[in-house]
Write a protein that binds this ligand. Structure first.
Ligand code: PMT
Length: 218
């Protein structure tokens, strides 16, 4: 069955002035691989991308954003037509309280940066979930499973991808990844080290199987 996937990828940037920002090491590779895998299976894909240096996969509709607030607005706008939301973006949890429109001068910059929490995108769109399939990621150093299980429940997800980011061959910026898939039905599948393209294909296959089950149960 042809579905519409809404995928987020990359980091967000939280500017304190036009040239300085808070961010993280996400390159977008995992999210772009997911977009490519979904298109390869014949699905429609909207990809909401933070600032990354990757070409748009063929057949994908791309929406570029910078900050977490912009990503939230884009997800809210495009979720209306989506059947599946996959949040693989590494969204910055905090942003500066004050944003200067011009470059801050070293001599006048405060030595302590005051931060405020960003909106939780999955939390904000939870009321719109309905029959949609929501997939989250949990990037953790150390055993990712306890935190992933907590996020699966707290964020009301159908699937969470527990991402062990403690080794250089997995997680941020790597071409390979090491993940465990945790379903809301309790099913758990630990995948071996794989290329991100293969991990993405497994996640898309999981979503397709879950969707087939939904339809069977109706
Ligand atoms: O981009 P790459 O270099 O390929 O790296 C891939 C990756 C490591 C970024 C990716 O595989 C990954 O693990 N993404 C999730 C990163 C993360 O740290 O998530 P989290 O544990 O902070 O958040 C849990 C979930 O909530 C995620 O689905 C996240 O997108 C979502 N979230 C987080 C914060 C926020 N304000 N709103 C959210 O919706």
């Amino acid at each position: 069955m042809r579905m519409h996937f809404l995928v987020t990828a990359g980091p967000t940037r939280e500017h304190l002035d036009p040239i300085r920002f808070i961010s993280n090491c996400s390159t977008g590779k995992m999210g772009f691989a997911l977009a490519e895998a979904a298109v390869a299976r014949g699905h429609d894909v909207t990809l909401v991308a933070g600032p990354v240096a990757l070409p748009t996969p063929a057949g994908v509709t791309r929406v570029d954003v910078v900050s977490a607030c912009e990503m939230l607005a884009a997800v809210q706008r495009h979720l209306v037509v989506a059947d599946v939301l996959i949040m693989s973006a590494a969204v910055a949890d905090w942003r500066p309280l004050v944003v200067s429109g011009s470059k801050l001068k070293k001599r006048t910059m405060p030595p302590v940066l005051e931060l405020i929490p960003n909106p939780d995108i999955l939390g904000a769109v939870a009321p719109l979930k309905g029959a949609r399939i929501f997939v989250g990621f949990a990037a953790e150093t150390g055993d990712p499973l306890p935190e992933a299980r907590r996020k699966l429940v707290d964020k009301g997800l159908d699937l969470i991808v527990a991402n062990d980011v403690s080794q250089p061959d997995a997680g941020f910026a790597a071409d390979t990844n090491r993940v465990t898939l945790l379903g809301s039905d309790g099913a758990t599948e630990t995948l071996p080290l794989m290329r991100k393209a293969e991990v993405a294909a497994r996640i898309v296959a999981w979503v397709e199987a879950r969707c087939a089950l939904y339809l069977q149960d109706r």
